[in-house]
Design a protein around this ligand. Sequence first.
Ligand SMILES: [Zn+2]
Length: 251
Amino acid sequence: MVRRDDIISSIEGLAPLEGAEQWDNCGVHVRGAEEVRRLSVLLDPTLRGIKAAKGEFILSHHPLFFSPIKFLSDDTREKVRELITRNQTFYAAHTSLDFAPEGVSWALARRLSLSEDADSTPRLRTGTVPCETLDEFIATIGTALGADAIRVVGDGGLPGRVGLIPGSGFHEDVIAECRARGISVLVSGDLKHHAALAAADMGVTLIDAGHRETEMPGIELVAQQLHALHTSLAIDVVEPARPWHYRFHVD
Ligand SMILES: [Zn+2]
């Protein structure tokens, strides 16, 4: 049994709230039982995910609420009802964990064997990978992250400098920064049409390995870190849903 507030202190030791973005909502969303036997770690606070999280304390990567609430939608109401009925604490460690010294971007860099440059930062980890070709790097990503389909823009860039951003990092300003800093390959998730076209024009190769796939190494890592700090605490990682699957049509 571990005190709720000790778990919060441990999370904030690993992922300080000062590291979070201004627009984000990291911290306690719902306060529950003071004594915790089980901690459930979630990527996405979907209703299915919350129902599957049996611990008295839920640590979620994505927040339940982003902006001040004026109206409780049916979906949010149902999630909050679940939490209150089961007296669960809900804590979101989003950008606080993304940019933590050993957080989500660090875990992705380790998983892909990135040798980081001196100017690598938690927001854009940069460096080199032990791959000779783009095909070899894509195969490595597929195996290391369990990514079953990887979208690629461009066909060059290796050997060269690689940038990594977990989640949804393909913004045109980030792609422009990569070009300016001589980073030829950027790995992230959630690629959109206009960002892909901009990258093609700028000559930066993009690898979309998936939002979920690029963030799960960090989610699994924080569960291990908390287990090391609280060995008496049972910890489970709720397997996130794959939000879509691929179907191919051939004429
Ligand atoms: Zn995310």
